[in-house]
Design a protein around this ligand. Sequence first.
Ligand SMILES: [Zn+2]
Length: 339
Amino acid sequence: MMAATKPAIRVEAPIIVPIGRRSSPYRVIIAGESWSRRNGEGMNATLMLVNPALRLMAVHAHPDDESSKGAATTAKYVAEGVEVLVVTCTGGERGDVLNEQAAAEVAELGLEEVRRREMARAAEILGVRQVWLGFPDSGFPEGDPLPPLPAGCFAALPLEVVASPLVALIREFQPQVVTTYDENGGYPHPDHSRTHEVTMAAVEAAADPMMYLGVGGAPWEVSKVYYNQQFSKQRVLALHLAMTDADLESPYDDWLKDWKDRPEDEDRITTRVDAAAWFEVRDQALSAHRTQIDPAGRWFAVPMELQKLVWPTEDFQLARSTVAVELPENDLFAGLRGR
Ligand SMILES: [Zn+2]
């Protein structure tokens, strides 16, 4: 708290309001020096909202994606005082149970409820806030020909419908930085490519006063949008070679043999965030998604020390920016600090 001669009112981060509510309530508490008020000392004084905080919104398709893509980066930014909001588009209720140890709990409570609990635990471990967009999981289509998408799922609903709640969240939370997946989804699941489309549409629309009138608060322009690029071939190959050099069994052998090179993937990484100190936290969050993560599986096969040595960063691709940047960068907020 600052000296008593300079009382300050701090307004907590905008509270995310249920979709459809127009007003954005701000909770006012006395503390801190970050917020100033315009008139006098009384609690009824007009508040001047000058929020200097940095805010990061990470948009993901399913519960567990936030822990496998950019998790160490979010934990790092939380530790630095950045407000981080994870948005989970679907409930992940069409996923498979990939860990036998979780089967009994799923039989008792149902997969959706178990995944909600897992998500809450992972968010707690990462230190992030998390909200659900609430759309039904589209499932991973398999077969030849592929079956149609289930009616009413996230990937089958019209774009303007699924973008609306994200527009509201962007206007309420006012993130300077948003992360999402690239145009291929980063992983061939219909909800992942949909997450890309919805994020890009919502970022665009949130800034436009003529679009989604009355949805969320005032228009908000996101300064930088990044694509998660943690599963680049460069990284997977580097870890694979480090494992084989150390006479350890690489978990990436089959993956690399079947790797489909695409020209657009060659040079995507613009931003490498040193997040090695948060790799353990990332793994704890990932482990909280018990139904999805086999403790004996690929996720934990590379020794931690080797990971930190060989590839200590989480990588991103700057997809759009309203501020001047110098690439490559090592900070998602480069060009936005001290503004
Ligand atoms: Zn996913």
